[in-house]
Design a protein around this ligand. Structure first.
Ligand SMILES: CC(C)(COP(=O)(O)OP(=O)(O)OC[C@H]1O[C@@H](n2cnc3c(N)ncnc32)[C@H](O)[C@@H]1OP(=O)(O)O)[C@@H](O)C(=O)NCCC(=O)NCCS
Length: 172
């Protein structure tokens, strides 16, 4: 069974391995590059793991199947818009694709956003990334009509998608 849980502060090495695997396996899916993130220091990864493990500003979630970490997603609230959570770094290991792990990870960010009192979850997805576009549509995201060049490869465009988040009953 696969479960999704928040990263733990001591899991910097696992985060680095997973993130670099994602950037190597699916370079056109991300605004960041493998070369760029390979140059981050040990301290950078320790801080990323710590920041993603707790609090309402940033969250990193792992999908875990037995001993294996098989997926990753992040969320953060931009300082300029606390009612919005950005969904980033979505990746599942090729061996587990089409088994529902992507849905679990998106749900983790939607639930976390709701807990933080956000009203919207937004993301960028590379145009033509059918798997990701279909996943997000299946989870209730719609295109906003905004697009921009993909930072890691400006020959491609990425498109903006958004999903409303409804407060839990009795919540904010
Ligand atoms: C996109 C990605 C995260 C999907 O993860 P996943 O674990 O396969 O997702 P799920 O199994 O939960 O699939 C949920 C739905 O997404 C859609 N989907 C997923 N993969 C698809 C594919 N290859 N083609 C078409 N639709 C697809 C389907 O609607 C699917 O539901 P279904 O299987 O009942 O038809 C995964 O393919 C991936 O990591 N890709 C490389 C990195 C990437 O593109 N990240 C997104 C950055 S914005």
């Amino acid at each position: 069974m696969t479960v999704v849980r928040r990263i733990r502060p001591g899991e910097a090495d696992a985060l680095r391995l997973l993130r670099l695997a994602a950037l190597a396996e699916s370079p056109s899916a991300f605004g960041a590059t493998h070369a760029g993130e390979s140059s981050l220091t040990t301290e950078d990864w320790i801080e990323r793991a710590r920041a993603g493990s707790d609090g309402p500003e940033r969250a990193t979630f792992f999908a875990v199947a037995g001993e294996d970490i098989v997926g990753l997603v992040g969320g953060y609230s931009p300082a300029s818009a606390s009612a919005v959570v950005e969904l980033v770094s979505m990746w599942t290991h090729p061996a587990v694709r089409r088994t529902g792990v992507g849905r679990l990870l998106v749900n983790a960010v939607l639930d976390w956003a709701r807990t933080c009192g956000a009203r919207e979850v937004q993301l960028w997805v590379t145009k033509g990334n059918t798997a990701a576009e279909n996943l997000y549509r299946a989870m209730g995201f719609i295109e906003t009509g905004d697009y921009q060049p993909l930072p890691s490869d400006p020959c491609q465009d990425e498109t903006r998608m958004t999903a409303a988040v409804y407060p839990a009953v009795g919540g904010r």
